[in-house]
Design a protein around this ligand. Structure first.
Ligand SMILES: CC(C)(COP(=O)(O)OP(=O)(O)OC[C@H]1O[C@@H](n2cnc3c(N)ncnc32)[C@H](O)[C@@H]1OP(=O)(O)O)[C@@H](O)C(=O)NCCC(=O)NCCS
Length: 189
């Protein structure tokens, strides 16, 4: 998959070329290719999940002109206790093509993503592996996780794990306090 350069920000990262593109700038074909790429990486149909990602920004890593690694962020409002909500870059769909794994591609994508989201109050994600993100500077939220619904706060299952990344605008945080996110369709975290 090749992309037009207009309105995008390509950058060399070793042999991986990284582009950051808002979903609004993607053609339907490009969007479908990204969904197919992630479906292959996750070994499941990602279309239903992607259809819930309004306003996503994709970080795309190309190797030899083909998509090799990907992550995206959406905007969510996370709230510590009853403190003002934090405008949060919530990371999803971190994926590397099976043929290109263990070469640092997802690491490069996540590092670039962290640079791109500096204007947010916070970053968060639900990790596949805590150690993987710990070495990239992410921290496990230790307090209870809750979802804000029309009927009030609903606790998340005990085994739910959320990690956060502090950004320049992140206020002082107590990671042991309750953390809530707005309800959304599909995976709540
Ligand atoms: C997870 C994934 C994105 C990593 O991509 P990658 O480009 O190979 O990652 P990197 O090269 O930056 O890092 C590789 C490291 O991650 C580790 N790793 C990869 N998958 C892992 C897993 N499921 N559990 C624990 N560690 C894992 C590797 O062992 C390697 O560790 P090392 O550097 O100590 O040898 C890729 O394996 C993938 O697409 N997996 C399927 C989709 C998925 O699970 N995504 C994560 C959702 S949060």
């Amino acid at each position: 998959m090749r992309y037009r350069q207009k309105g995008r920000s390509p950058c060399g990262e070793g042999k991986l070329k990284i582009e950051v593109v808002h979903s609004k700038l993607l053609s339907e074909l490009e969007r479908k290719r990204i969904v197919a790429f992630c479906s292959r990486a996750y070994d499941e149909d990602m279309e239903p999940v992607f259809s819930t990602f309004a306003d996503a920004t994709h970080v795309l890593g190309f190797y030899g002109g083909s998509l090799a690694s990907h992550a995206l962020w959406i905007t969510r409002d996370l709230q510590v206790d009853h403190l003002p909500p934090l405008r949060t870059a919530y990371v999803e769909a971190v994926a590397t093509h099976p043929a290109h794994r263990n070469r640092g591609f997802a690491t490069a994508i996540m590092r670039r993503l962290a640079i791109e989201i500096q204007g947010f109050d916070l970053a968060a994600l639900s990790p596949f592996d805590v150690r993987y993100y710990t070495r990239l500077g992410w921290e496990v939220w230790q307090g209870p996780l809750l979802i804000r619904t029309r009927n009030g706060l609903q606790p998340s299952p005990e085994d739910e794990v959320v990690m956060i990344l502090r950004l320049p605008k992140t206020p002082v945080l107590d990671l042991t306090r309750p953390l809530s996110a707005e309800w959304r369709e599909g995976e709540l975290w």
